[in-house]
Design a protein around this ligand. Structure first.
Ligand code: SAM
Length: 290
């Protein structure tokens, strides 16, 4: 039991752990960066935080110092007893063994669990923080942002290139950018060099903060319809919209031209140039809701 930051290196040695590349186990070992990530979530003692992938608890420690309750979901079963032992003296921190993609973030944070007296209750809104395994970044983003209810805020460590794509503007949009910006206002924060991790990954990372919108950026469309159109538009990314839509929606190019022109969108434009509002207009035209 201890309230001290666990030393990742000491824990790896003591438990003779081989870190698994297949689970994206690049552990952040620089305490300055860890503190800055936790700081970016503006945590209060009234906050409940869901941490994705605590690893050996280095970031968990900084979250636990600031938040009323921390619930951390870790897929690697070997790490869970180690985490529970390290945080045994901190009843407001709990660990769940599981795959974040298979559990509902909202349900997890509703779980009953010890809370510091006079602070977060089980029904409070929640924040998400995590140094994500890179291979599931997009899936985690979708899962978290579509959760009902979603978190109020997410602070995530992602590959530098992914951070850049998330905050892109019209002209450089992607399915990822539209998906994130539909639900949240993303901001790219500080960079974390590859050397701050154990083992060292091939690329640098960046912290992103997503302030989740009270309602989606295009509130007048049904998300499932909106994303059906957006996915079709980006299906053949370098192509003109008239071509990608006709392929993705199985309609003629003339029909696609008609929908685009009726929405005030020049049919030869490409998906990366459209704003969220233009995707919204197009969705409403296609579904006849204008
Ligand atoms: N938070 C720690 C840190 O900053 O040093 C560890 C981050 S490491 C990049 C990612 C962690 O996520 C690993 O511990 C890995 O086992 C865990 N993980 C991988 N896939 C997961 C999943 N689907 N659900 C929950 N945890 C997962």
């Amino acid at each position: 039991m201890s309230n001290k930051a666990p030393s990742t290196l000491a824990l790896v040695r003591r438990h003779n752990l081989n870190l698994k590349k297949s689970l994206g186990q690049n552990l952040l070992i620089d305490s300055t960066h860890l503190a800055r990530i936790a700081g970016a979530a503006d945590l209060e003692t009234t906050d409940t935080v869901l941490e994705i992938g605590p690893g050996l608890g280095a970031l968990t420690y900084h979250l636990a110092e600031r938040a009323g309750r921390v619930i951390a979901v870790e897929l690697d079963q070997r790490l869970v007893p180690i985490l529970r032992a390290e945080f045994a003296g901190q009843p407001h921190v709990s660990f769940v063994h599981g795959d974040i993609l298979q559990v509902s973030p909202a349900e997890l944070t509703r779980m009953q669990g010890p809370v510091q007296p006079g602070t977060a209750s089980a029904a409070e809104p929640y924040k998400v923080v995590g140094n994500l395994p890179y291979y599931i970044t997009s899936a985690v983003l979708r899962h978290v942002l579509e959760s009902l209810p979603p978190p109020t805020l997410a602070v995530l460590l992602v590959q530098e290139e992914v951070a850049r794509r998330m905050v892109a503007q019209s002209g450089a949009m992607s399915l990822l950018a539209v998906s994130v910006q539909f639900y949240a206002r993303p901001r790219a924060l500080h960079k974390i060099p590859a050397g701050a991790f154990l083992p060292r990954p091939k690329v640098d990372s960046r912290v992103v903060r997503l302030d989740v919108r009270a309602q989606p950026a295009v509130p007048e469309v049904e998300p499932a319809r909106f994303f059906k159109i957006v996915r079709a538009g980006f299906g053949q990314r370098r192509k003109q919209l008239r071509n990608s839509l006709s392929a993705g929606l199985s309609c003629t190019k003339e029909q696609a031209d008609y929908w685009l022109a009726s929405s005030g969108i020049e049919p030869r434009r490409r998906a990366e140039t459209l704003s969220l509002q233009e995707w919204g207009l197009l969705t409403r035209t296609v579904y006849g809701t204008v």
